[in-house]
Design a protein around this ligand. Structure first.
Ligand code: HEC
Ligand code: HEC
Length: 326
């Protein structure tokens, strides 16, 4: 018996040593990302305008990095909070507040170089090389055209400084270890399509749509389930909301949604009076109001063309479940 305890004791020590070794290794070896590039982005009026458009529409920067008004349908951005950060995107993984990306020198990006911001947005590490959680969708942004990323940076540099210290994130085990292994150097950036090919234009702009509308496991979209919906979003009131199937399947997707109705769904959220979640019957994280405010009809049409060119997937999604009452 004594001997057995001794063996178990030794085994336990070995296990603990291995775990500690693994922990130290992960801490020391990751994130594996190179130094920030030397960059000086000329803030031309064209760049600032293009960056403003993207950051306030399909790149969703201002949507996540501001205060959203949860009392209104589609949770519009509270005016004056643009870029100040603080809303929590942690969901199941812990507490992950969006950072302050205004030009404030102390609490925002005022002291970051263009290269450091570029590296954060595309490789997922902060000024000091510490990992960012993938709730900041840097892997998506690395698929954008460099020139568009420069435009976004030129624009966010113009955000008026807001002094707002965002608390540190607090991740649960083991995601705190997993997340630090994800940041990576980008070897190939995307290319902005020329606008003649509407489907390509829709694909380029629809990255964020794909992110929320495709079921995934460990960050990888399940093969064949692109845009098939069903991702869960727990809402503050305890309901679980799921993203819709937006493939052109006629029965369970948006195959019967005409172009006019698709665009009208966005535009109907421009009128503040229509943003009462009670009359809508539910509230949603889908940024209807945010997109409607800025996006051009040309871009919305291109996204519609792109979605209609997808493979229809039959996948019935239950939009809302009351938690615990299922
Ligand atoms: C889905 C929500 C979301 C979107 C969209 C998003 N971000 Fe973030 N971002 C976050 C969160 C959350 C963090 C904090 C991550 C962390 O602390 O690990 C963050 C962190 C950052 C940081 C690091 C700042 C710091 O102090 O460490 C920068 C820079 C940044 N985001 C810029 C952008 C830009 C520019 C865009 C648009 C191209 C964008 N973000 C889009 C959620 C988002
Ligand atoms: C933050 C996650 C998120 C993003 C980003 C997002 N959606 Fe959604 N979307 C949802 C959720 C959740 C729903 C279901 C609730 C609702 O209807 O608002 C939804 C619903 C929809 C619907 C309604 C479908 C129906 O059955 O009538 C359409 C159309 C749609 N989204 C298109 C898009 C497009 C196009 C984009 C990109 C511009 C996009 N979504 C980006 C989460 C998202």
């Amino acid at each position: 018996m004594k001997k057995l305890f001794k063996i178990l004791g030794v085994l336990l020590i070995i296990v603990v040593l291995f775990a500690a070794g693994g922990f130290i290794y992960l801490q020391a070896a990751f994130p594996k990302v190179s130094a920030a590039p030397e960059l000086k982005i000329e803030p031309t009026p064209e760049r600032i305008e293009r960056g403003k458009y993207l950051a306030n529409s399909f790149a969703f920067c201002i949507d996540c990095h501001s205060t959203r008004d949860v009392s209104k349908f589609s949770m519009p951005v509270v005016p004056g909070t643009e870029g100040k950060g603080g809303d929590d995107y942690g969901e199941g993984a812990g507490f992950v507040p969006a950072s302050n990306i205004t030009s404030d020198k102390e609490t925002g990006l005022g002291n970051w170089t263009d290269g450091e911001i570029f590296r954060a947005i595309t490789s997922g590490v902060d000024k000091d090389g510490k990992f960012l959680a993938p709730m900041m969708p840097y892997a998506l942004f690395s698929k954008m055209d460099k020139e568009d990323l420069y435009s976004i940076i030129a624009y966010i540099r113009t955000l008026p400084p807001v002094k707002h210290s965002v608390p540190e994130k607090n991740l649960k085990f083991p995601v705190n270890l997993i997340f630090r292994t994800i940041p990576a150097d980008v070897t190939e950036f995307g290319k902005r399509p020329d606008g003649l090919d509407k489907i390509k234009q829709g694909e380029y702009l629809g990255l964020g749509c794909k992110f929320c509308h495709s079921p995934s496991e460990k960050g990888e979209i399940l093969p064949g389930m692109e845009f098939a919906g069903g991702m869960e979003f727990p809402l503050p009131d305890g309901t679980i909301l799921r993203s819709s199937n937006i493939t052109p399947d006629k029965e369970t997707g948006i195959g019967n949604l005409t172009r006019e109705l698709f665009i009208a769904k966005f535009k109907s959220c421009l009128d503040e009076k229509t943003l009462d979640p009670k009359t809508r019957g539910f509230n949603t994280v889908m940024a209807w109001n945010f997109i409607a405010k800025t996006s051009t009809d040309d871009d919305l049409n291109a996204i519609y063309d792109y979605l209609m060119a997808q493979k229809p997937v039959n996948n019935k999604v239950e939009k809302i479940t009351l938690q615990g009452l299922k």
